[in-house]
Design a protein around this ligand. Structure first.
Ligand code: AMP
Ligand code: TRP
Length: 335
């Protein structure tokens, strides 16, 4: 049976990259599969978070998922810390994964920067917890943006090593699901950098909560080159900013890059940017409004998270019990 699991960090504002790379795909998968979507607060604290901000972001991200169209009754939506099985399995995986594997993780290198010695141990072990998130449910497919590919390869390595060390066929070898025309949305200020929550410039990203004027202003100020838009995809080569904006337009309008260029080839960026702003407002506007409405009722959000966590624990409990048996822990259900 296919089981979809994915996670998103409650750190700051959700942006267009999160939407096109992940959340939009999560919404479409829920019609055909059993889906578990987790707000990963344990991952968030691998870097410092103000406690009140973390609580607020956890509720905001949950609201965003629901506003984007995820049905929390049909699927499971919860915050990671409410299911302790994730952390327990992560410890076991800390003992399965090798230092050499983690040393290769590019996201750790990017996040730790020059101050590696000062990074938290949690930031280093982050991918092991991510593997535990997925495998605690025996997740088979994980929809994410391109930046998570390496972490998912590690998850496969962990599953394989666990299975072979203990001589079992227990954990599935999880497949990443990276699809759509915008699996890596770039910053509006620099087409070589990923759009990210942690970019200090607000003009680098479009947030779920931005109103029409903010969206229009950010797109107007987006970096471009002086040439007109090409009419074929090869005309985008070596023009990362143009490629990014066309990619965003294609994803938002559910068209291919070629279709978009056939429409807008020859236009100046000023005109194209206006078309792009209108499209962004059309797609993100209703989500942002619904999100604001939901955030105003935190008790409702908390009840959704609690219900999701109860159902999540019911799923992971039997799996964790089997893991404890396999590893050789003495526990109440085993003589
Ligand atoms: P994060 O905000 O790092 O928790 O990421 C949540 C999800 O959004 C993950 O599946 C990421 O791969 C995806 N994502 C984040 N930034 C981008 C981006 N700039 N382009 C495409 N997908 C992204
Ligand atoms: N590391 C992911 C990110 O930053 C978030 C995440 C945590 C995740 N656990 C996961 C994604 C499990 C998919 C599956 O985007």
């Amino acid at each position: 049976m296919n089981r979809i699991f994915s996670g998103i960090q409650p750190t700051g504002n959700l942006h267009l990259g999160n939407y096109l790379g992940a959340v939009r795909n999560w919404v479409s998968l829920q019609h055909d599969y059993e889906c578990i979507y987790c707000v990963v607060d344990l991952h968030a604290i691998t870097q410092w978070q103000e406690p009140e901000e973390l609580r607020k972001s956890t509720r905001e991200v949950t609201a965003a998922l629901i506003a984007a169209g995820i049905d929390p009754k049909k699927n499971i939506v919860f915050n990671q810390s409410q299911n302790p099985d994730h952390a327990q399995l992560a410890w076991i995986f800390n003992c399965v994964a090798r230092l050499g594997w983690l040393n290769r993780m590019t996201q750790f290198k990017e996040k730790a920067g020059k101050h590696r010695e000062n990074a938290s141990v949690g930031l280093y072990a982050y991918p092991n917890l991510m593997a535990a998130d997925i495998l605690a449910y025996k997740g088979t497919h994980v929809p994410v943006g391109e930046d998570q590919k390496q972490h998912l390869e590690l998850c496969r390595d962990i599953a394989q090593k666990f299975n072979s060390d203990y001589g079992v066929e227990f954990f599935p070898i999880t497949e990443p699901l990276i699809f759509g025309t915008a699996t890596r949305v770039m910053s509006l200020r620099d087409g070589k950098n990923k759009m990210s929550k942690s970019d200090p410039s607000e003009y680098s990203r479009i947030n779920f909560t931005d109103g029409p004027d903010e969206i229009a202003k950010k797109i107007r100020k987006a970096k471009t080159d002086p040439d007109a838009l090409p009419s074929e995809a090869k005309g985008l080569e070596g023009r990362p900013e143009a490629e990014n904006l066309v990619g965003i337009y294609a994803a938002l309008s559910d068209k291919s890059i070629e279709q978009v260029l056939a429409e807008v080839g020859g236009k100046q960026f000023s005109e194209f940017k206006q078309m792009l702003s209108e499209l962004c407002v059309e797609v993100l506007g209703p989500i942002g409004n619904e999100m604001k409405r939901l955030v105003a009722e935190p008790q409702h959000i908390d009840a959704i998270l609690r219900d999701g966590a109860d159902r999540a624990r019911e799923m992971t409990h039997p799996i964790l019990e089997e893991v404890m048996d396999i590893v050789g822990f003495v526990h109440p259900l085993k003589g």
